[in-house]
Design a protein around this ligand. Sequence first.
Ligand code: MG
Length: 230
Amino acid sequence: MTSTFRLPAKIEAVFFDMDGVLYDSMRNHATTWVQSFRQAGIEFPEYDAYLNEGRTGPSTIEVAFRKYGNRPATAEDIRFVYDTKTNLMLEAPEPPRMPNMQEVMQLTREAGKKIMIVTGSKQPSLLSRLKDDYQANYEQIISGFDVKNGKPDPEPYLRALEKTGTKPENALVIENAPLGIESAKAAGIITIAVNTGILEEEILHSAGADMVLPGTNQLFAIWPSILEGR
Ligand code: MG
């Protein structure tokens, strides 16, 4: 643990992001984004899919057209790329759980902490697995269906604080994406990043992460001491 990292004085709630934290699902998103943009004549690098994780589909398409298409996306572009991606995602392989995250969740539950899963996702296939895989009930999930402004806006994490009746200083967030980290930090919450994708660690630090770990195994290794506040 780095000497500068400060845990909440008292952790009452832990908020987990879903894609890239609970599931190794970012490969599917990255691959299908690259393929969908290619069909629209735009070379969108896989790296940018990770950089933009958490953005809504239409917003990602607007960013990509401006950056790599040198023109604004039309409504037709947005519809075409979004529909193409949605269809490709249906054919994508079922993503595995991230290693050791069931154990992390179990320890968190045993320690009596409140748990929320805070995701911008609207993927029914993954959201429906949360109950079996992570014993998360409906009230413990904030998804893309529940907020007006997605990450990097603080709304998703503010909703999690509100739903659990937790002050920001008593919560902890586990994120993997720059925009997710920005969202959590804007809500005033200490954030641990797990770098489970292909981004440089520095990008997660720059987004505001209080601590960056190389993956979920490393999170599990220190999780008991985190929960005990040391
Ligand atoms: Mg994520």
